[in-house]
Design a protein around this ligand. Structure first.
Ligand code: PMP
Ligand code: GLN
Length: 383
């Protein structure tokens, strides 16, 4: 294995899901729902296969999906992207992030990301031979946020891009317009490209609005906006994502993408196009159900003795383990199957400075109520 990838090993999701299987534990680790997406959407994928959509689709993606993404961006956010040239379909948001970083960064360039960050960011930056500059999100007023001075201090002469994930995995923060304005101001001042990961765009709670960074003045022209169908439609196994960006960015990312995967699977693309046009009502009910599940898990974790942070979006709760007498989330999550028959994710896996996330553990609530209740009942024995 090349030196720049040696630090990565097996992802924490793979490790913890394997642990759940091996021990028969309840898996509140890896974030995937335990119920299927909308039946008509699933049926569309089956029909697509039966209808012969089984050969390579065009490199930029099936035209109908690019058209549906364009309509969706316009209707939800007032953003106009030309389906021919400004939209590229990818193998999930993961490939979109990797291809964007590989397309934008020279070796030695710096990329800012807020830590804790989704684990693929550091690996994508390393693959590009670039350098990750983390800016830490810390709890303040019950949510995780950044210090604008710290963000400003992270920008230097080699800074090329900033990766912005909102709603944010794993903290559940949904950046406010004011926070996004701070980011946008720095991008304009230092001519940075923003790569936004908006896979949880529809999963926000208590009416918290999701504001795409690209909607801020001057930002559309410098933003590569990424999303994916996995979380929106509860089809994480479909690995269908997309980027929306001005044409030169899309051309650059496609140049990389064509040699990673060339194109993405056809049947899912046709089904997702249908979903974006016809299933957003289903997504609204999913969001409401998830909000209730969030409250259910939070109440249970509090009763079990954890300090919990209320997420404004995503399907994860951050829990501080110190009130229970634990100090190391990695050690605890490796023990948790034996102690309680539950699997969670140690948040320190998402930090460049693991000590800053040592006492946090992430629990997923995209699970059936009975599963959440059973997990909570087991965790209550910890105290
Ligand atoms: N970004 C974030 C923040 C995520 O939580 C995930 C996991 N769904 C991804 C990207 C990956 O998305 P996909 O499965 O579409 O590659
Ligand atoms: N996005 C999901 C999570 O954060 C799972 C990602 C993965 O397994 N790579 O749990």
């Amino acid at each position: 294995l090349v030196a720049r990838m040696r630090a990565f090993g097996t992802t924490i999701f793979a490790e913890m899901s394997a642990l759940a299987l091996r021990t028969g534990s309840i898996n509140l680790g890896q974030g995937f729902p335990d119920t299927d997406g909308p039946p008509a959407l699933l049926e569309r994928a089956v029909e697509a296969i039966r209808g012969g959509a089984n050969q390579y689709p065009p490199g930029p993606g099936v035209p109908d999906l690019r058209q549906a993404v364009s309509e969706h961006r316009r209707e939800h956010y007032g953003l106009h992207y030309d389906p021919d040239g400004e939209i590229l379909v990818t193998v999930g948001a993961t490939e979109a992030v990797a291809a964007s970083v590989l397309a934008l960064c020279e070796p030695g360039d710096e990329v800012i990301a807020f830590e804790p960050y989704y684990d693929s960011y550091a690996a994508s930056v390393a693959l590009a031979g670039a350098v990750l500059r983390p800016v830490t999100l810390r709890p303040a007023g019950g949510r995780f946020t950044f210090d604008p001075a710290e963000l400003r201090a992270a920008v230097g002469p080699r800074t090329r891009a900033i990766l912005v994930n909102s709603p944010h995995n794993p903290t559940g923060t949904v950046f406010t317009r004011e926070e996004l304005e701070t980011i946008a101001g720095l991008c304009a001042e230092h001519d940075l490209t923003a790569v936004t990961d908006e896979v949880y765009e529809h999963l926000t709670f208590d009416g918290a609005p999701h504001v795409p960074l690209a909607t801020l003045p001057g930002m559309r022209e410098r933003t590569v906006m990424i999303s994916s169908a996995g979380k929106t439609f509860s089809v994480t196994g479909w690995k269908t994502g997309w980027i929306c960006a001005p044409e030169p960015f899309v051309r650059a990312v496609q140049t990389v993408k064509q040699f990673l995967t060339f194109t993405a699977s056809a049947p899912w693309q046709l089904a997702v196009a249908y979903g974006l046009r016809h299933e957003l009502g289903w997504v609204a009910s999913l969001r409401d159900e998830l909000q209730a599940k969030r409250d259910r898990l939070m109440a249970g974790l509090s009763a079990a003795g954890f300090d919990v942070y209320r997420p404004a979006g995503t399907y994860f709760v951050q829990a501080d383990i110190r009130p229970l007498g634990f100090s190391d989330g990695l050690a605890l999550t490796r023990e948790l199957p034996a102690l309680a028959g539950v699997v969670a994710i140690p948040t320190q896996a998402f930090y460049a400075h693991p000590e800053r996330g040592r006492h946090f553990v992430r629990f997923a609530f995209c699970k059936q109520d009975a599963v959440i209740d059973e997990a909570v009942a087991r965790l209550r024995k910890l105290g």
